[in-house]
Design a binder for this molecule. Structure first.
Ligand SMILES: [Ca+2]
Length: 292
């Protein structure tokens, strides 16, 4: 009997030793009932036999409950990156500046074959090519003065008829140094100076403004050499006024030889003072036209 006990004790000792070498089961969560060796039913004192089930602590360990991972900083929900800046809708480029609708330009004015000059081109010639000029009595011993000076260039002056920009103007004075003292201005129908046939026209018209004095408009012609040209006298109004001159109304001054008017050899037009003296002279003419 003692042998059996000893054997049992030895077995128990071996068992205890074996249990000591067994890896301890991981600590179970408090709520897990893990059989501990104390729960192990103590082996019966009956002799161990091969059919005696030896309880072992190798009970299948209760699986750990899946640990709930504690939130880690990395688990902090990362706010989604801000959406990439949406492409700012690029406004369509402004349409190219549309060509400003060009209003249909009025047809260019038809060449006015009747216009002799309107002084708007700013030069010293009329539209027929002839020059504007002034003259005075100094060649006859007088001392009358004209501006622009005789022999110099004659340019139209600002201030024209009917709101236009320029007109032909002369100023000056007429003295008595010469018995028939005078000053004047004129324009030729051609350059170089040459006679022109203007017999197809009834006359000319022009706009005049001046000092209220009388002026004689005359038409130098090739067939007259003594300066007694055909002409007529008009009074220069102080405001722009249209003046009409009919060739049929022209007469010679009477101091020279009578010559017929044919209108076929006319050099141009000139405006000349009448009488003397004149302390001041002012005459402007503009918008010269032939009368058909
Ligand atoms: Ca003008």
């Amino acid at each position: 009997m003692k042998g059996i006990v000893r054997t049992l004790i030895g077995l128990v000792a071996l068992l205890v030793l074996a249990l000591g070498c067994m890896p301890l089961p991981p600590p179970a969560p408090p709520d897990t009932v893990v059989p501990t060796p104390t729960n192990t039913p103590k082996p019966s004192p009956t002799p161990a036999s091969s059919d005696t089930p030896v309880p072992t602590p190798t009970n299948t360990p209760t699986p750990f409950p899946t640990p709930i991972p504690s939130p880690s900083p990395t688990d902090t929900p990362v706010p989604p990156p801000p959406p990439p800046p949406t492409d700012t809708p690029v406004p369509p480029p402004p349409p190219p500046p549309t060509d400003t609708p060009v209003p249909p330009s009025p047809p260019p004015p038809l060449p006015d074959p009747l216009l002799i000059d309107n002084c708007e081109d700013g030069n010293n010639r009329n539209l027929l090519g002839g020059y504007w000029f002034t003259y005075d009595d100094r060649g006859s011993g007088g001392t009358s003065e004209v501006v622009p000076p005789a022999g110099g260039e004659f340019y139209c002056t600002a201030g024209g008829a009917q709101g236009t920009g320029f007109s032909a103007q002369m100023t000056g004075r007429v003295t008595t140094a010469y018995q028939y003292g005078f000053i004047g201005m004129g324009t030729n129908f051609a350059e170089p100076r040459a006679p022109r046939d203007i017999s197809g026209y009834r006359g000319i018209s022009f706009w005049a403004k001046g000092d209220g004095k009388a002026y004689r408009i005359s038409f130098p012609q090739a067939s007259i050499q003594d300066f007694d040209y055909y002409g007529t006298v008009f009074v220069a109004p102080q405001g722009w006024t249209q003046v009409t001159i009919l060739f049929a109304d022209l007469r010679q001054g009477g101091f020279g030889a009578p010559v017929p008017w044919t209108g076929t050899d006319v050099f141009g037009i000139q405006w000349q003072t009448v009488g003397q003296p004149h302390n001041s002279i002012f005459l402007a003419v503009d918008e010269l036209r032939f009368l058909p």
